[in-house]
Design a protein around this ligand. Structure first.
Ligand code: ADP
Ligand code: MG
Length: 901
């Protein structure tokens, strides 16, 4: 029982942990600062406290999702129409309207279900995996596994996974806006002494779940998990899942509503004519409803959303996770990608290859990034003792100034965790037989200045033989300034760094020496220990990916914190830059003032850029008319990711903060993954246009058929029920099927469309009018011939006209599969759903001719196969029209190209 009572205590909210000392909290929670909890204990507590997660937003059940499909003004009109139809005894109309509505709702549900599954893919990418100390081992653990008493290690860019009492902190700043609403980051300090009644926003010794570490390093003990955390108390949702309707869908919704207005006006006109002709209210009303259903593309928004979600699932298969559906079409019109270098264009496998230890003292290091093999040589021979000595001093300094952890067993690296530049230094030390643990024991750490992308170095302060020593590593120009060097040595070092940078190496310097105090200001008069040349191979797929971007009219810029010479060497080997003056540095940029825009416009490679300058670069490029995609991983990249038209965050190496600012996430951090993203973005947009073409042209045709018939004084060519049926069998599934069309060949060979080009541009108007008018006029001609010339009775004439329309529209669907290519060049098997929808629709229509009951309601009857063949022959002539239009246009385009090029 006693034990029970004790283990009950951890995790209960309301404890004044912030006012207790860290040691007291660790004791209280029966944990250990050096070893953390044991795995068994963690398991026990997990059973007691449950998973560390917030209750999910109540997800609408299937019924809820289904009902939600009915919340749209258009749907209300149809619902009212169904109600009135029922009231006036027009049961067939009521039934059909209901069927149309149901079909629409089912498609809508299906679409939401699809986006649900991509939301899950997203969840798995943004899942937090903090580093936790358990059984004396540091391990990444899923955030939901955390329990009170766990020791968690955090660094810049991490999201805080639970409420923590800080045990140790170095310059920690946290963004607590989610909890306190305060948007500027606040300082945190493990050692602060607080009163019990300190308000939440001032509890410096705590880190709250859901806030973000904006700077520094922290170790803390979990005090509360799940819904007992502060954020759990205020019931805010951690996963800020971006949904919202994409702008394209909004635009098309507005278009649909506009069409609806026009249609209603036109329908009112028709109704008036009918009324003057003495038709009954019931007839007029049913006709009005049918015409509205024919003309209003009610399924448009849903079909468009499907097209976008299909693309987003396809992208997910290619390592691109979509956080904002709008980014799908956005990527298609992207004109410029500003990419990081390290890790995105390169493999992020930094390896030390050469060390410069002084004039005529160099060493070459063999081997790979993650292996301890590799010989140390000097000019191809075994190095002299003095060189070995200097190399050890250099490697020791470099390793001390690095964070991260290598786990070595049986002479092999089992695990490597941390920044890749740091790891390269640790591997170098390990190759020389310097053990990280021994080093830590020999040099107890006093303080450290961790590397942040906005600083170009890192440093550490340790005690060694009762003296305070500092070691710093980083950009040579920064490190040189910390050393006392004569001009000659300085120039020799600079020359060496330049030579290596020109070869594409990332060059870092290391310095060390005794200091007075453990702070940045005292990093002066250090001894220069040497330079190191690190190689980071370019990712294999990247050169081709850049080639393809160029082919697609998308520019690529590189933004890096690295030295301009290194950046140029890599940039030119990637064909990003071909002249040295296309490289601009962050410093030059900040001094350019008025000329900044011009210089940014000219630059291809941005070097020694601080993350915050990225935003400036993005804005300038946007002013230049570019639609910019930017990649980013660090905490300071978030503003640029936000600002860019498309923010691309790195999934593997990116910080939580960057990932929650991105519109897209690359799960493999690979630049090359952007290319299929662009391909699918463009395809999605193409498919949206196909849907619009299909729906608007068939609507136009139906309305035209009616107006012509009425204008020529003939009885209505299709009954209301027939019109409703026609729409169901020719548009119901077909529009959605178009969203599944594969990418057209050559999507990546054409320039990006202008982002503000409307869907309803000139080409679309032509598309819709050409096919809509042809179908409408020919169908009317046939109806006229049957009724007026052949003297067929109304019912039979309608039966045949309806069949003709079904044939027409399904054939037209084949044309709509591409605005550019001949339909014979679009293989049918590439879209099984479409093929199925055509066969199914036609089969259902023919079957209906034989089904007693249904056939009477629809006013259809079986036709001979000869008649069917004749009608099919007439419908097929549409292909001639659609194909000619495509052919004429392709000629115009290519002759336009020839004259302009
Ligand atoms: P990139 O844009 O290539 O990712 P970074 O911002 O990571 O560039 O690095 C910029 C510069 O900062 C490097 O050229 C190097 O001089 C220095 N630097 C990078 N990583 C570290 C590190 N872990 N420790 C010390 N200095 C570093
Ligand atoms: Mg970096």
């Amino acid at each position: 029982m006693a034990e029970e009572a004790q283990t009950e205590r951890p995790g209960r909210s309301g404890e004044a942990y912030h006012a207790e000392s860290a040691e007291a909290v660790v004791d209280h929670l029966e944990s250990s600062t050096d070893r953390g909890l044991t795995n068994e204990e963690a398991q026990r507590r997990r059973e007691r406290h449950g998973p560390n997660e917030l209750p999910e937003d109540k997800r609408a059940g299937l019924v809820g999702i289904f009902l939600r499909q009915f919340t749209d003004p258009l749907i209300y009109i149809l619902l009212i129409a169904a109600g009135v139809s029922l009231a006036i005894g027009s049961f067939a109309s009521a039934a059909f309207i209901t069927a149309v509505l149901l079909l629409n709702a089912i498609v809508g549900c299906f679409q939401e279900y699809q986006s649900e599954s991509s939301a899950q893919a997203l969840q798995s990418v943004v899942r937090m995996c903090p580093r936790v100390l358990r059984d004396g081992q540091r391990d990444k653990v899923d955030a939901t596994e955390l329990v009170p008493g766990d020791i968690v290690l955090l660094e810049t860019g991490d999201t805080v996974p639970a409420d923590l009492r800080l045990i140790d902190s170095t310059n920690v700043q946290a963004d607590e806006s989610l909890i306190t609403g305060e948007s500027t980051p606040v300082d945190k300090d493990a050692g602060a002494e607080l009163e019990e009644d300190t308000p939440l926003a001032e509890r410096q010794t705590l880190l709250h779940s859901g806030s973000a570490v904006m700077a520094g390093r922290a170790t803390g003990i979990v005090i509360r998990t799940g819904k007992t955390t502060e954020i759990g108390q205020i019931a805010a949702s951690l996963a800020k899942n971006e949904s919202g309707t994409p702008p394209l869908v909004q635009k098309l919704k507005r278009l649909t509503h506009l069409i609806a207005l026009f249609t209603l006006a036109a329908v009112a006109g028709v109704a008036l004519i009918q009324f003057l002709n003495g038709k009954s209210f019931v007839d007029i009303f049913t006709l009005a409803v049918a015409l509205s259903v024919a003309a209003i593309p009610a399924g448009l928004p849903v079909a468009i959303t499907v097209a976008l979600s299909v693309a987003s699932s396809r992208m997910a298969e290619r390592n691109v996770i979509v956080r904002r559906l709008a980014a799908v079409e956005g990527l298609g019109s992207c004109t410029l990608i500003a990419s990081d270098k390290t890790g995105t264009l390169t493999a992020n496998k930094l390896t030390v290859q050469r060390v410069w230890l002084g004039p005529n003292r160099q060493a070459e290091i063999g081997g790979e990034a993650r292996s301890l093999e590799g010989e140390v040589t000097a000019g191809g021979e075994t190095p002299e003792d003095e060189t070995c000595e200097a190399l050890r001093t250099f490697a020791t300094g470099g390793a001390l100034a690095s964070e991260g952890e290598l786990t070595i067993a049986q002479g092999e690296i089992q695990k490597a965790e941390g920044d890749t530049t740091d790891l390269a230094f640790l591997v170098l030390a390990a190759k020389l037989g310097i053990d990280q643990q021994t080093l830590a024991d020999e040099y107890p750490e006093e303080d450290r200045i961790p590397f942040e992308a906005s600083k170009f170095f890192s440093a550490t302060f340790n005690t060694s033989q009762d003296r305070l020593v500092a070691h710093a590593k980083g950009a040579p120009e920064t490190i040189i300034d910390m050393c006392s060097l004569d001009d000659e040595t300085r120039q020799t070092i600079e020359k060496q760094q330049k030579d290596w940078a020109n070869e594409g190496f990332r060059v870092l310097a290391v310095a060390g020496g005794e200091v007075d105090a453990a702070n940045e200001e005292s990093l002066r008069n250090l001894s220069f220990l040497g330079l190191v040349a690190l190689i980071d191979p370019i990712r294999d797929e990247v050169p081709e990916a850049i080639e393809r971007c160029y082919g697609a009219g998308v520019g690529v810029r590189m933004i890096t914190g690295d030295h301009p010479d290194t950046a140029y060497a890599i940039g030119s080997s990637l064909k990003l830059a071909d002249e040295r003056d296309q490289v601009i540095t962050g410093k030059a940029l900040s001094e350019a003032n008025d000329e900044a825009d011009v210089r940014i416009g000219r630059a291809r490679v941005f070097a020694r850029v601080e993350p915050l300058q990225k935003t400036e670069i993005v804005e300038s490029l946007q002013r230049d008319g570019h639609y910019v995609a930017v990649t980013g991983d660090g905490v300071n990249d978030a503003p640029a990711l936000d600002r860019a038209n498309i923010g691309i965050a790195m999934g593997a190496s990116g910080t939580d903060v960057a990932r929650s600012a991105g519109d897209l996430i690359l799960t493999d951090d690979n630049f090359a993954s952007v290319v299929p993203g662009i391909e699918w973005g463009r395809t999605a947009y193409d498919n949206v246009r196909k849907v619009v073409w299909l729906l608007l042209s068939t609507g136009t045709a139906e309305v035209l058929l009616f107006f012509l018939a009425l204008g020529f004084g003939l009885p209505i060519p299709l009954t209301a029920v027939q019109l409703l049926w026609l729409n169901m069998v020719t548009n119901g599934i077909q529009d959605v099927a178009l969203g599944f069309e594969k990418a057209e060949p050559g999507v990546l060979d054409r320039p990006p469309r202008s982002p503000d080009e409307p869907i309803f541009n000139r080409r679309m108007v032509e598309n819709v009018l050409v096919s809509g008018i042809y179908i409408g006029v020919v169908a009317f001609g046939v109806y006229y011939y049957l009724y007026s010339v052949m003297g067929m009775d109304e019912a039979q004439a309608r039966n045949l006209t309806l069949l003709l329309m079904v044939l027409f529209e399904n054939i037209h669907l084949l044309s709509c599969r591409s605005e550019r290519r001949s339909l014979f060049k679009v293989p049918l098997r590439s879209n099984p759903l479409l093929l199925l929808s055509i066969i199914g629709a036609h089969g259902i229509h023919v079957a209906a001719m034989y089904i007693p009951g249904l056939k009477d309601v629809l006013g259809v009857s079986p036709v001979s196969w000869q008649t069917w063949a004749v009608l099919l022959g007439i419908a097929v002539t549409l292909l001639f029209v659609d194909e000619s239009a495509k052919w004429l246009r392709s000629r115009k385009v290519s002759s336009g190209k020839a004259s302009s090029g």
